[in-house]
Design a protein around this ligand. Structure first.
Ligand SMILES: NC(=O)C1=CN([C@@H]2O[C@H](COP(=O)(O)OP(=O)(O)OC[C@H]3O[C@@H](n4cnc5c(N)ncnc54)[C@H](OP(=O)(O)O)[C@@H]3O)[C@@H](O)[C@H]2O)C=CC1
Ligand SMILES: O=C(O)C1=N[C@H](C(=O)O)C[C@H](O)C1
Length: 269
């Protein structure tokens, strides 16, 4: 029988880490070969299934990522920017597909993924769901069809624990709107308005972030003109959509040439 790809999950105890472990364990297309946490974490040395409060999965949580990545065909990584850069180097060494869901990376940190992508496949997206990646395409089309009489605003809402803003998804949507308009987002981006900001500048793309409760992730792209408004909206109600997308990316990357890819490549949108 052909063996399915073995996958390592980093940030195993995290909200996404646990969802990924469940998704991989339930899948017949891949199997879990490693679960990584930081040194000193209370889960290290325990069976990851038991640590999650369920049945044993036969995988012990480790703080030695290279040991498990060396035996894996893919690593799925929803952690934090500097950790992701370290995992990228290890995945490149092992020639394992590195699926990156981590958001909040600066342009400099993203550029530092370049050397790893010369040796291995990297699939990175601020949102791994089918719905959001479709919304990105729609945003690009709508922005291309409208002129600057329509003000573009990206509004996002997330749970109280989220540490980065605007969300990775909001930035993807902003980039798509800017691309549709044929402008560089860095030149037209309005972030964090407060105080006497002056009137809105024509052609700018604004961002607003709401944080509260257990909101999984909601995104709206507003095109507002005199006399009419268009609203494109996505609401995530279950983190499983991100985990399913990430697993799809890990499988899609098998046998692909080294390089940087995103979910538009994976989903063929
Ligand atoms: N692209 C997408 O579709 C999605 C992206 N995300 C992004 O994924 C990331 C994680 O989100 P979420 O699961 O909610 O966050 P959590 O805080 O619940 O989990 C983060 C995990 O990463 C671990 N971690 C943090 N720093 C390091 C490090 N230096 N080395 C190793 N492990 C580390 C944490 O360990 P510890 O507990 O020890 O701190 C924790 O287990 C965020 O950037 C979020 O925006 C989230 C959902 C969807
Ligand atoms: O931190 C989260 O939770 C999420 N992060 C991603 C983002 O920054 O857009 C994706 C999703 O919205 C959930």
């Amino acid at each position: 029988m052909t063996q399915t790809p073995g996958i390592v999950v980093t940030g195993a105890s995290g909200r996404m880490g646990q969802m990924l472990i469940k998704t991989i364990s339930d899948s017949d297309k891949a199997h879990l070969v490693g679960a990584v946490e930081q040194a000193g974490h209370s889960w290290v040395g325990r069976d990851v299934g038991e640590a999650m409060g369920g049945a044993p999965l036969g995988v012990t949580v480790t703080d030695q990522p290279l040991e498990v990545i060396a035996r894996a065909q893919a690593i799925i990584d929803f952690t934090a920017p500097e950790a992701t850069l370290e995992f990228a180097a290890l995945a490149a060494q092992a020639r394992a597909v590195h699926v990156i869901g981590t958001t909040g990376m600066t342009p400099e940190q993203i550029a530092r993924l370049g050397p790893a992508a010369r040796h291995a496949v990297i699939v990175r997206a601020g949102n791994m769901s089918l719905g959001v990646n479709l919304l990105v395409q729609l945003t690009k089309r709508v922005a291309a069809a409208l002129d600057e009489d329509f003000d573009i605003e990206v509004i996002e809402a997330h749970h109280r624990h989220k540490v980065d803003a605007p969300s990775g998804t909001a930035l993807m949507l902003g980039e798509a709107a800017a691309e549709g308009r044929g402008v560089d987002l860095a030149d037209v981006s309005d972030r964090g308005r407060d105080g006497i900001t002056g009137a809105r500048e024509r052609g700018h793309i604004g961002f607003s972030a709401i944080r509260g409760g257990d909101i999984v992730g909601e995104h709206e792209v507003l095109f507002a003109a005199d006399g009419e408004r268009i609203v494109l909206r996505h609401a995530a109600t279950d983190r499983a959509i991100f985990a399913r997308g990430a697993l799809k990316a890990a499988l899609w990357g098998q046998g692909k040439g080294p390089g940087e890819y995103d979910m538009v490549d994976v989903l063929g949108l």
